[in-house]
Write a protein that binds this ligand. Structure first.
Ligand code: NAD
Ligand code: UDP
Length: 307
């Protein structure tokens, strides 16, 4: 298989590339290095099955591939909000260009969508049938609405051109290779705890998230790509924690002197989030295997090395 991984130098993309190259598939990694790093894929440079292209997905590209894993898009609120117009362009034009490429070369394309399509959900936990509650004009909408229009494009390509799509709705994922200044909660709390900085809880910490370890998540993406399901498919870990609980678990694991401080909750920050993964269990025989304790230990050990 000739695989194209957009966003391949990023957190999830680089783990996916490891798994594909480890089973001797061919991989082209395409990235503009906005939030990705060459160090994430440096060990593959020189491998005959690996190629690296610096490219921005908002521009079209011609390549011969069998499978497209379309992950290119900043995922952390800090980064996707730093240039929201660019985030919208990446979501719409990037996905449009990748679907166009998939159509031209008859490739199967997996799109990395997100639980953010559910917005600040009124029903809990979230099944794939839930249509979501997204503010179309808020500070998160460049990302949330960007992913929604990208999903819409995927399904229109499928209906109009029979493009082979796979749409994964990824829930909060963490693990080694997140960048220290990524801004997402797990990396923030670990870096703060390891450096004895204050732990920054936004709001009162009662909002919830369900955290999936990166290995589990990438296995879920691979299962979806290899299946006959088109999605949308929730891929995530249904174990739900408040943000305050997460802070306390991390503080205890690191035995840190950091104090918790409370900062304002950002606009439109979802109050709860937990996937229903029955579809993935039934159709893909996939479910997450790594619990938060073990996943956090691996992630903490990673940050101890890089800081
Ligand atoms: P990341 O920021 O680490 O990786 C994104 C990668 O895409 C980076 O390497 C970045 O440089 C690249 N990129 C961004 N814009 C680009 C552009 N215009 N052209 C080319 N490359 C570009 O994020 P991640 O956590 O690895 O997320 C990967 C994908 O999964 C994203 O599409 C994200 O929306 C989705 N996702 C992730 C999570 C999560 O918790 N990690 C949750 C839901 C969805
Ligand atoms: N959060 C926090 N402190 C931080 C970073 C994030 O309390 O330093 C909160 C954030 O407000 C949100 C949750 O943690 O309620 C998850 O945030 P993240 O940015 O990781 O992901 P997302 O909001 O996209 O799920």
């Amino acid at each position: 298989m000739r695989n194209l991984v957009t966003g391949g130098a990023g957190f999830l993309g680089s783990h996916l590339i490891d798994k594909l190259l480890n089973v001797s598939e061919e991989v082209i990694c395409l990235d503009n290095y906005f939030t990705g790093r060459k160090t994430n894929i440096a060990k593959w440079l020189g491998n005959k099955n690996f190629e690296l292209i610096r490219h921005d997905v908002i521009n079209p590209i011609q390549l011969e591939v069998d499978r497209i894993w379309h992950l290119a898009c900043p995922a952390s609120p800090v980064h996707y909000q730093s240039n929201p117009i660019k985030t919208s362009k990446t979501s719409f034009l990037g996905t449009y260009n990748m679907l166009g490429l998939a159509r031209r070369v008859n490739a199967r394309i997996l799109f990395a969508s997100t639980s953010e399509v559910y917005g600040d959900p009124e029903i809990h936990p979230q099944p794939e049938e839930y249509k979501g509650s997204v503010n179309p004009i808020g500070i998160r909408s460049c990302y949330d609405e960007g992913k929604r229009i990208a999903e819409s494009l995927c399904f229109d390509y499928q209906r109009m051109h029979q493009t082979e799509i796979r749409v994964a709705r990824i829930f909060n994922t963490y693990g080694p290779r997140m960048i220290p200044n990524d801004g997402r909660v797990v990396s923030n709390f670990i870096v703060q705890a390891l450096t004895n900085q204050p732990i920054t809880i936004y709001g009162d910490g009662s909002q919830t998230r369900s955290f999936c370890y990166v290995d589990d998540l990438v296995n879920g993406l691979i299962s979806l790509m290899n299946s006959s399901e088109i999605g949308p498919m929730n891929i995530g870990n249904p174990s739900e924690f408040t943000i305050k609980e997460l802070a306390e678990i991390i503080l205890k694991k690191i035995n840190s002197n950091s104090k918790i401080i409370y900062l304002p909750l950002p606009q439109d920050d979802p109050l709860q989030r937990k996937p229903i993964i029955d579809k993935a269990k039934d159709k893909l025989d996939w479910f997450p295997k790594v619990n938060l304790e073990v996943g956090l230990e691996n992630t903490i050990n990673y940050f101890k090395k890089v800081l």
